[in-house]
Design a protein around this ligand. Structure first.
Ligand code: G3H
Ligand code: 13P
Ligand code: ZN
Length: 334
C-alpha cells in the first residue's frame, strides 16, 4: 500500500473548492508516456497552475502501473526543480470501470479516482460508486462519478449517441454515493470526431465545421440543484484545426475532425465546472509534430529528434489551455 501523500501528491478537494470560488477550471490532462508528462509538468509549473494527471485503464496497461507511480512521484520532484516550491499535482484514474481497478489505484498511490458507472442502470451506478467512495475515502482519496452518457468511446464503453445528464437525478446520486465531483453529459464527446458533419454548419470563409453549442441549460439546471458542487466535463478537446491541417498536409488523413470550441470551454470554466478533461488535443499536437519531422527529414531515426518537437508542441498547447481557456494560471495556493 502506497499513500499518495507520501509521493507528494494532493487530492482534488481543495483545488476544486478554489476553482469554483475563483471562476476557473483545473486542467486534467491524460498521459501515457514521458514526453506527455514532461510537457504537462513544464506547462503547469511554469504557469503556476494546479494540475490533474490522468491515467486511463489503457494508459495503465500501456505504461505499467509501477512505472506510472514513480513517474508521478518524479513529476512532483520535477515541478519543484522548475521552481514550484509547493506544486499541486493530483494523480487520477480516468474512467475506472470496476471497484477492483479503483481499489488497486488507491492502493498504488493515486490521489483521486473516477468510477464510471454511467453505462449501468441507475441503481447499479449508485451501488458501485458508493462502494468505491467508501473505500477511497478511508485514505482521503477523492472520487469522481458520472451521470449521463457521452457519445464516443470511453475506454471499452462506447456509445453512438449522447444522453444528457438528467438534472432530476443529480441530488439523489451525489447524496447516496458521497462522490466528491460529478462528470456530466451536456454535448461533449471523446475523441477527435465529436460531431458528424451533418450536425454542424460550415464557416463560409474558412470552410471549417462549426459544431452545435453545448447544452448550457442542462448545466444551469444541475447547478441550481447542486449549488457549489464540483462538476467535471469530459471530452473537452477543441481539436485545433492547425494540428489537423498539419496532420493532413504531412501525409495523415483526418477529414472533418472537430472539437469543442474554446469559447464554450471558457464559459464553462467560469461556472461550477472545475475540471476539464483534455486528451485528444495532446495526441493531435504530438502526431502533427512527428509527421512534420518525418515528412521533412525522412532519414531521421533518432526518437529524440521527433519526440522532442512533439513535446514542445504539446507544451505550447497545454500552456494555451491553462492561460487562455481554463484560466488556471497563477492559481497555486502558495
Ligand atoms: O476518455 C478517454 C481518454 O481519452 C482515454 O483514452 O482509454 O484510449 O487511454 P484511452
Ligand atoms: P478528449 O477526447 O476530448 O480529449 O476527452 C478526454 C477525456 O474526456 C478523458 O477522460
Ligand atoms: Zn473522459
Amino acid at each position: 500500500m502506497v499513500n499518495y501523500k507520501d509521493l507528494g501528491l494532493v487530492n482534488t478537494r481543495e483545488m476544486f473548492k478554489r476553482a469554483i470560488a475563483g471562476g476557473y477550471a483545473i486542467p486534467a490532462f491524460n498521459f501515457n508516456n514521458m514526453e506527455q508528462l514532461q510537457a504537462i509538468i513544464k506547462a503547469s509549473s511554469e504557469l503556476r497552475s494546479p494540475v490533474i494527471l490522468q491515467v486511463s485503464k489503457g494508459a495503465r496497461n500501456y505504461a505499467n502501473q509501477t512505472l506510472l507511480r514513480y513517474m508521478a512521484q518524479g513529476a512532483v520532484a520535477y515541478a519543484k526543480e522548475l521552481g514550484c516550491e509547493h506544486p499541486e499535482i493530483a494523480l487520477h484514474l480516468d474512467h475506472g470501470d470496476s471497484f477492483e481497478l479503483c481499489k488497486s489505484c488507491v492502493d498504488f498511490g493515486f490521489s483521486s479516482v473516477m468510477i464510471d458507472g454511467s453505462s449501468l442502470p441507475y441503481e447499479e451506478n449508485v451501488a458501485l460508486t458508493k462502494k468505491v467512495v467508501e473505500y477511497a475515502h478511508q485514505f482521503d482519496v477523492t472520487v469522481e462519478g458520472e451521470l449521463g452518457v457521452l457519445a464516443g468511446v470511453e475506454d471499452e464503453v462506447s456509445s453512438e449517441v449522447s444522453h444528457y445528464t438528467k438534472p432530476e437525478e443529480v441530488i439523489d446520486f451525489t447524496q447516496r454515493t458521497g462522490v466528491d465531483s460529478l462528470a456530466i453529459s451536456i454535448g461533449t464527446s471523446h475523441g477527435a470526431y465529436k460531431f458528424k458533419p451533418e450536425q454542424c454548419t460550415r464557416d463560409p470563409k474558412t470552410g471549417r465545421l462549426v459544431p452545435p453549442p453545448l447544452a448550457f441549460d442542462v448545466l444551469d439546471e444541475i447547478m441550481v440543484k447542486l449549488p457549489g458542487f464540483p462538476i467535471v466535463l469530459h471530452g473537452s478537446s477543441s481539436v485545433p484545426q492547425e494540428y489537423v491541417e498539419m496532420i493532413n498536409k504531412y501525409g495523415g488523413k483526418m477529414p472533418d475532425a472537430v472539437g469543442i470550441p474554446e469559447d464554450q470551454l471558457r464559459k464553462a470554466s467560469k461556472s461550477a465546472v472545475c475540471k476539464i478533461n483534455i486528451d485528444s488535443d495532446s495526441r493531435l499536437a504530438f502526431t502533427a509534430a512527428v509527421r512534420k519531422v518525418f515528412s521533412e527529414k525522412p532519414g531521421e531515426f533518432d526518437p529524440r529528434k521527433y519526440c522532442g518537437p512533439a513535446r514542445d508542441a504539446m507544451e505550447a498547447m497545454y500552456k494555451e489551455k491553462i492561460k487562455d481557456v481554463l484560466g488556471s494560471e497563477n492559481k497555486l495556493a502558495q
